[in-house]
Design a protein around this ligand. Structure first.
Ligand code: 8YV
Length: 320
């Protein structure tokens, strides 16, 4: 463990699970930037001492911040998504970037399937049916849909997309997917479809598991939702920007799209209040990876990447 006087200074952009933060604090001097009131003054006085940024997948690391850290060497992301990090600005300065892939894959996929299961079997609605005594007074809950009758469409067959597809497969669903190209190592009975519109034409549940890039902004648009139709559903465990949220709200309100399961929102955690009265959408607080086991794995990877970097070793899970 490094001497407290010589360990590197790290700028922490958001809270981590307490145990992860405590472990990290033994190896770097953590500055909780998100709690500093006058951040501009703090950066002007201390920016030169910062060697690493410890951030999260849901937070931004813009060029404007990187520019104020002349000795920055590493950006360690507590999350698999690194769309918040200005990679061009990092590349230009030789700053390295790490993320936390694999450890969170299964948990994120589980939340995606949980939202689908809820929508088509009415878990939340059926619970209310019992509590509000409609069962007693009105009888049986309305019939729902058999999961195995539905086709799962997976948009983006990366690690998380594959884990979703395997789960859908295990539920007896037909699996179709779209990606930049057909995946030769995917199970042969998963059907490749070129393009999101064609995928939506062929599936009932569209799982969005794409890394967010400028090219994927609003890739799930009004036409895609129209193709999914009143019995269809969109599940998003990736990034809000992959869906046209205004179009989604309009389709859900009109019932032209049957439902949605969302773990991510524009402007989260402050979300569009139009979502609240809708009972055809299940809302989750960006917690796909939020289990004790996975967050511990993510914390360990952030720490191991930071240790590797300052020991002069290659990063364990490099982005660049
Ligand atoms: C986390 C994420 O919620 O992995 C990602 O990209 O967005 C999530 O796993 C986040 O990074 C932790 O706050």
């Amino acid at each position: 463990m490094p001497d407290p006087n010589t360990r590197p200074d790290a700028l922490q952009l958001g809270a981590y699970a307490p145990a992860d933060e405590a472990a990290l604090a033994q190896w770097v001097t953590l500055h909780r930037f998100f709690e500093i009131e006058d951040q501009a003054a703090w950066l002007a006085a201390n920016g030169g001492s910062i060697k690493a940024i410890a951030t999260r997948g849901d937070l931004a690391v813009p060029k404007s911040l990187i520019d104020q850290l002349p000795n920055l060497e590493l950006v360690a992301v507590y999350g698999v998504g690194f769309d918040g990090v200005d990679l061009d600005a990092c590349k230009a300065r030789g700053i390295r970037v790490s993320n936390t892939p694999d450890v969170l894959t299964d948990d994120v996929a589980d939340v995606a399937l949980g939202m689908m299961l809820n929508h088509y079997r009415g878990v939340i609605g059926a619970d209310a049916w019992v509590r509000q005594k409609h069962w007693e007074t009105e009888g049986a809950y309305p019939l729902k849909r058999s999961l195995k009758s539905l086709t799962a469409g997976v948009l983006g067959l990366g690690r998380i997309g594959r884990a979703i597809a395997h789960r859908a497969d295990a539920f007896g669903q037909k699996v179709v997917y779209s990606a930049t190209a057909e995946k030769t190592d995917a199970p042969k009975h998963w059907e490749y479809v070129s393009g999101v519109q064609a995928l939506a034409n062929q599936c009932d549940v569209l799982f969005v598991s794409l890394a967010a890039t400028p090219a994927t902004k609003h890739i799930v648009n009004a036409e895609v939702m129209q193709a999914l139709g009143p019995e269809g559903m969109v599940v998003n465990i990736s990034r809000a920007q992959n869906i046209d949220e205004e179009a989604l709200l309009t389709a859900l309100e009109a019932g032209t799209l049957g439902g949605a399961g969302l773990d991510v929102f524009e402007g989260e955690p402050v979300i569009n209040p139009r979502f609240f009265p809708l009972n055809n959408v299940v809302l989750q607080p960006h917690h796909g990876s939020a289990t004790a086991e996975t967050r511990a794995g993510m914390g360990r990877l952030v720490l191991d990447n930071i240790k590797a970097h300052f020991d002069g070793q290659p990063l364990l899970t490099p982005v660049i």
